[in-house]
Design a protein around this ligand. Structure first.
Ligand SMILES: Cc1ncc(C[n+]2csc(CCOP(=O)(O)OP(=O)(O)O)c2C)c(N)n1
Ligand code: SF4
Length: 322
């Protein structure tokens, strides 16, 4: 794994050993597991990963087995970023004392939406404010899946979860998704980006960029969960594409507070007729099934309105006027 020689050609990517290995216990069609594998294709050399409690931790480390071919630490649900800060600081001290020499060590913290938007947020905000040099990967499957599909701050408006059940009383989750990547961009850290596993090369490149910058980097990765989304397990990657094409999940980077669209979303900004209706995306998921009944169909228009509004705001931040 020589960072000088390794590039991003398909051949390089295929030939690089998998550092997140097969044999884990994720459900069929689990996009977060695909995201783990792609992220680990981006590392430069010696790497330490710390993962908060959540599906990706549980499915990959059923004792005595592990899917991680790098040093890996379990951390509590709330403090993946604090753990990464400690790892990075320890490496600095050991280097200063001459106890380790040689290559840089990549430090990666990984958490789901529950561990990022909600319970891990103070640790994350503090760690990036202190300027620790690590990449934080949020795999966003939009609910607390590991404990039974409870709503999180990342769950979208109208989604049915076990704590926002769609029925006679409420139409699924009542609040829209917290704009977590914008909140991280507001910290003016060196690198913030969004990514989707359909655009796998873009995802790997962004993970690598996040590792290469000095200081904190935040990567928000869209990650369909067929179990919690009540979607076809063969459609996770199609959903990853549709989320970008509908602008539900646009792709962008923000470098020290400066926004720019990534290629798949730039295409839509230039040719707005390519933007697909959110209905197409919603219709593929059982968690939105109730929105296609007369009682709740007005929520589809509301989801479209919020999506359009957020897209227009993003275009403005990128200096694009439509
Ligand atoms: C302080 C604390 N509260 C609750 C839990 C129980 N718990 C473990 S994993 C989890 C949900 C994780 O959700 P998320 O971070 O979205 O990851 P996912 O399971 O969806 O991959 C919860 C509530 C815990 N481990 N620690
Ligand atoms: S519940 Fe969802 S995120 Fe968890 S392993 Fe299954 S598909 Fe993956």
């Amino acid at each position: 794994m020589d960072s000088e020689k390794w590039g991003f050609t398909v051949k390089d990517i295929v030939e690089k050993p998998d550092l997140f290995m097969s044999g884990h216990r994720a459900c069929a069609g689990c996009a977060p597991a695909i995201v783990m594998r792609l992220i680990m294709k981006a590392v430069r050399g010696p790497t330490i990963v710390t993962t908060a409690t959540g599906c990706m931790e549980i499915v990959s480390t059923l004792y005595p087995y592990t899917s991680w071919a790098v040093p890996w630490l379990h951390t509590a649900f709330e403090n993946a970023a604090a753990n990464a800060s400690g790892i990075e600081s320890a490496i600095k001290v050991l280097r200063k004392k001459g106890r380790i020499k040689g290559e840089h060590v990549d430090v990666i913290a990984i958490a789901g939406d529950g561990g990022t938007y909600d319970i891990g947020f103070q640790a994350l905000s503090g760690a990036v404010e202190r300027g620790h040099d690590f990449l934080f990967v949020l795999y966003d499957n939009e609910a607390y899946m590991n404990t039974g599909i409870q709503r999180s701050g990342g769950t979208p408006l109208g989604a049915a979860t076990t704590t926002s059940p769609a029925g006679q009383v409420i139409p699924g989750k009542l609040e829209p998704k917290k704009p977590i990547a914008d909140i991280m961009a507001a910290h003016e850290i060196p690198y913030v980006a969004t990514a989707s596993p359909y655009y796998w090369r873009d995802l790997i490149t962004k993970a690598r960029k996040g590792l290469e910058v000095e200081g904190p980097a935040f990567l928000h990765v869209f990650a369909p969960c067929p179990r919690g989304w009540r979607s076809d397990s063969a459609k996770s990657i199609e959903l990853s594409r549709l989320a970008v094409e509908t602008c539900i999940f646009p792709l962008w980077e923000c470098i020290r507070g400066e926004y720019q669209l990534s290629a798949p979303s730039k295409v839509i900004a230039i040719e707005p007729q390519r933007k697909k209706p959110v209905k197409e995306y919603l219709a593929m998921q059982g968690r939105f099934r109730h929105l296609f009944t007369s009682k709740y169909e007005n929520l589809i228009d509301e989801i479209q309105r919020i999506t359009d509004q957020r897209w227009q705001n993003l275009l403005k931040k990128c200096g694009i006027t439509s």
